[in-house]
Design a protein around this ligand. Structure first.
Ligand SMILES: [Zn+2]
Length: 446
């Protein structure tokens, strides 16, 4: 990949001459005017491409692509938004989830994403194989996925937020978690599919579920994920039920560890930011969702400066309502500027979307253009009207609103070429997915 128009390489690395990919890895990074050590089999002249490490999404709920922009919750905050949506989501079928997962992953891929985490916590009757379905969908698109076995154990009968019919018993959850890790979790550099354990949130799981999930994750050596400090309602719930603020609660159940990454992480005080940073906890910053639900602003710069691994997430598609990660980096840039001032450079937001997200997911083989890293790359062209007249190519991606990659490579293989996903009939997917979304609402009778 020769002489890119611009390239975001690892800190301090000159990559103006391009990169050499061998197998699934980056074999050489070339400074300006440098040539590869040996002739290359295929040469891509990248003089019209801006090259980024493949973007990495750290938080999503793929199934929610079926309930985008649903009228009753278009203007709701988190708790009423959830209470209205739970009965709809309870009707989810295996085919719905397959289509929703494919739709979300396709949208992510087209936006330059090469690794996507999902948080799936709905297992109604018939959908016991939800995560297995997602594994198959990710494999058929060739994208990397960190699929989390979500869980809800605290229903409304016991003071939780979700209705009783969407919660599961803890033994079932733990046994299925172990099965999924043993069946699907890959380890080491280049892993395509990974499994993590993900009790949903303080208001939908018991303390026992949090503790036992942490112990099981330790035993199986996999990562832990949950929602934390998303809204003040949640903070009040923790104070009322546990007599603890969110981070004290997290620590009390054994989660203040570099094994954990947290979705949102908004309502932390100075002392909590220092503790999360010292523990090396990951944060999935989800700016669009946080603005959409009016949840608040994550203190991303302070969390990162304190030592936390800050990455980006588009969050579920019922609260974004898209799955476009390059646009999410733009949102992060602007939301953080509102909080900290204009001196937040676009490169910092691009690093959250790449190496920051990789760190949050515990991956040191992804997220950077450097020798030995996985060959996961996103290439953007700047020939759309929206870029006309722009000067700094890297800045233009975010400032002019790039929304679609021209080429995307995962593990050395092109998955997107000319803005199209290899081997995917996109119009058919849109037709089937839209029909499934209408069917879901009609079955829910809402
Ligand atoms: Zn979420």
């Amino acid at each position: 990949m020769k002489n890119p128009l611009a390239i975001l390489a690892a800190d301090g690395l000159d990559a103006r001459g391009g990169v050499v990919v061998e197998g699934d890895r980056i074999a050489e990074v070339l400074g300006a005017g440098r040539q590869p050590a040996a002739p290359c089999g295929t040469v891509l002249e990248a003089t019209e491409h801006v090259v980024l490490p493949g973007l990495i999404n750290t938080h999503h709920h793929f199934y929610q692509t079926l309930t985008r922009a649903w009228t009753p919750v278009v203007s709701a905050e988190l708790f009423p938004w959830l209470v209205n949506l739970y009965p709809v989501w309870a009707q989810l079928t295996p085919r719905d989830l397959e289509l929703a997962t494919t739709a979300a992953l396709a949208e992510l891929l087209l936006s330059g994403c090469t690794t996507a985490a999902d948080h799936h916590y709905l297992f109604p009757g018939g959908l016991e194989d939800a995560i297995d379905i997602q594994v198959d969908a990710a494999r058929s698109l060739g994208i990397r996925a960190v699929l989390t076995r979500g869980s809800m154990t605290l229903g409304s009968d016991d003071g939780g937020l979700p209705p009783q019919d969407v919660v599961q018993d803890l033994d079932t959850i733990l046994a299925d978690s172990r099965r999924l890790v043993e069946s699907h979790h890959e380890r080491g550099p280049g892993a395509q599919i990974q499994i993590a354990l993900a009790p949903c949130s303080p208001f939908s799981v018991t303390q026992e579920a949090m503790r036992d999930s942490a112990a099981l994750a330790e035993d199986l050596d996999v990562r832990l994920h949950t929602h934390l400090a998303e809204t003040l309602d949640e903070e009040q719930f923790c104070l009322d039920r546990f007599g603890l603020r969110t981070v004290d609660y997290l620590e009390s159940v054994g989660w203040l560890s570099p094994r954990a990454w947290l979705a949102h992480g908004i309502h932390f005080d100075d002392g909590e930011i220092a503790r999360l940073g010292a523990a090396g906890v990951g944060i999935a910053h989800c700016p669009t969702s946080n603005m959409r639900l009016a949840s608040g602003t994550c203190r991303a710069l302070e969390l990162e400066d304190a030592g936390a691994a800050v990455g980006l997430g588009v969050d579920g598609s019922a609260s974004n309502d898209g799955s476009n990660l390059i646009l999410e980096a733009r949102q992060a840039l602007y939301l953080q500027r509102l909080r900290y001032g204009a001196d937040v450079p676009p490169e910092r937001a691009l690093r959250w979307a790449t190496v920051g997200s990789a760190r949050a997911l515990g991956r040191d083989d992804l997220g950077e253009i450097a020798v030995g890293r996985q060959a996961d790359l996103a290439l953007f062209r700047l020939d759309d009207l929206r870029f006309s007249g722009s000067h700094d190519p890297l800045a233009a991606l975010l400032l002019c609103g790039a929304d679609r990659a021209d080429r995307v490579m995962v593990a050395g293989r092109w998955r997107v070429v000319g803005g199209q996903i290899e081997g995917l009939d996109l119009p058919a997917l849109v037709a089937d997915h839209s029909a499934a979304a209408r069917g879901l609402l009609s079955r829910a009778d809402v």
